[in-house]
Structures are given as C-alpha cells and as structure tokens.
Write a new protein. Structure first.
Length: 54
C-alpha cells in the first residue's frame, strides 16, 4: 500500500506534475474571470459613450 507522500512525490516527478496542474488550473480560472472584467469595462465605456452622445 502506497502512502500519500509517495502519491504526492509521483516517483520523483511530483514537483513538475503538481506545478503543471497548478498552472493549468490558474489558466482555466483566468479564462473565466478575465472576460467578466472585460465585459464590465466594456459596458461602462459604452454607457459613458452613450451618455456623451446625448
């Protein structure tokens, strides 16, 4: 039976494996969050342009 520490170590490649999982997770989260902020910024700018046009 393997221990949890051995699982995390992944035969000596754990650092690389977990780092790549972490980077992938961060990229996926950013792919959700960044467009939300861009949409809010776009809508604010659009409202400001419409306000100026009146």
């Amino acid at each position: 039976m393997n221990s949890f520490a051995e699982f995390l170590a992944m035969g000596g490649y754990g650092f690389y494996v977990w780092t790549s999982y972490g980077i992938a997770f961060v990229v996926l989260i950013l792919n959700v969050i960044v467009p939300m902020f861009q949409r809010k910024k776009f809508l604010r700018e659009l409202a400001l342009k419409q306000k100026r046009a009146k």
